[in-house]
Design a binder for this molecule. Sequence first.
Ligand code: NDP
Length: 454
Amino acid sequence: MDYTIDNEYLNGLMQQVMAKNPNEPEFFQAVHEFLTSVKAALPTHPELIEKQVLERIVEPERQIMFRVAWIDDNGRMQINRGYRIQFNSAIGPYKGGLRLHPSVNLSILKFLGFEQIFKNSLTGLPMGGAKGGSDFDPKGKSDNEVMSFCQSFMRELYRHIGPDCDVPAGDIGTGAREIGYMFGQYKKIVNEFSGILTGKKLTFGGSLARTEATGYGLCYMMEVLLAKKMNTTFAGKTVVISGSGNVAIYACEKATQLGGKVVALSDSNGYIYDADGIKLDIVKDIKEVRRARISEYVKAVPSAKYTADSNGSKGIWTIPCDIALPCATQNELNLDSAKKLVANGVKVVGEGANMPTTPDAIAYLQDQKIFFTPGKASNAGGVATSGLEMCQNSARLSWTFEEVDAKLKDIMVNIFNTIDATAAEVGCENNYVVGANIAGLLKVSDAMIAQGCI
Ligand code: NDP
């Protein structure tokens, strides 16, 4: 990939980032997108260069890496690597998920932590940016093994986090089960019941609507975009969603409630197509109860079709749709896929996952005048609701589902209006990548400058 930027200062900074962080392609990709977007703000915000905000913001405040040793069911010790990247705390305590997946490495967590800074800023809540996790793979492990890993992971992480310092959450591979085991271990070590993690079960401080928040929030943003930009709604639209995890399932639920017809979902082995519309109760049973593969769907719905796809499920993007919602993982929608989507009449692409669309695919979609919302804006409903969980924990109370859902919807509408207005202000109308990066940055930049040499 070519990381050149047509601005001498920004290009120099990009080269420095690459020299200082060798072999971190996902991190370069995220920084490159950000610096390229920020170019449009430089004429009206000279402080970004004068106060060296950009040079500071690309450097994490702290990176923690540690050994996680745990015992498997055969009594053997297993060794994984744990991470926490505390990227920026200018506007609030560090906040961001913990990813458990064999692909996890420093580059992936730095890209996620970096994007989290701007996402959290866009929510309007006081949260800094962070990310963490491990190359541990929960798939195929027993509950005991997952617990053993989570407890060992927390035995190191606890010393680096705290309710006013850093509040981790879930992400790929980290759901309510893993958060529960980690919370229990933190409480035991510190002897303190505090809102140290979000995404908890309702019985010990979790928030109603947190499980649904990222997928619902994505659809709330799509709803406002459809209304404001295309004078239409979800009703009658065909929707394709990749993934079948937390984000995908609840995007599917809300898109369906809003009148859309979701016809496809996937996992890393393949995708299902159901022309009559996905039956979500069946998917929830497969994924949330049985933790099985999406291929099981066709056993319950024989009229649906399963296609095995060794290519990370990219075949899902050949299915015609009006709205495409990539909700699985980074770089899952490439230029070829974008071309197929456009040829088949897609109108809107909304990212539910983090950085699922490759840079050339984004450029192509924007060139074709397809409305495209980047994950740092359209999946911000998850962390926003985590912020609401922190509020409830601090106040020692619980809001109703309807209260949280209404706040989530407000936040998503506000984010859309902000990125839309910001893009227009800097002369890049409808470019929500530019709008999200600049709007997210300006609040953080103001706080960094006010706090001096940090
Ligand atoms: P889950 O672990 O619940 O689900 C992930 C889904 O994506 C699974 O269906 C998984 O399939 C699929 N997937 C993972 N890796 C790959 C791959 N390499 N190729 C193809 N498919 C893959 O995670 P979430 O739903 O929580 O997260 C999905 C995305 O959304 C991530 O990018 C995450 O960072 C982002 N996100 C999540 C938030 C949340 O609140 N959960 C908040 C904001 C962003 P398989 O089971 O085969 O691995």
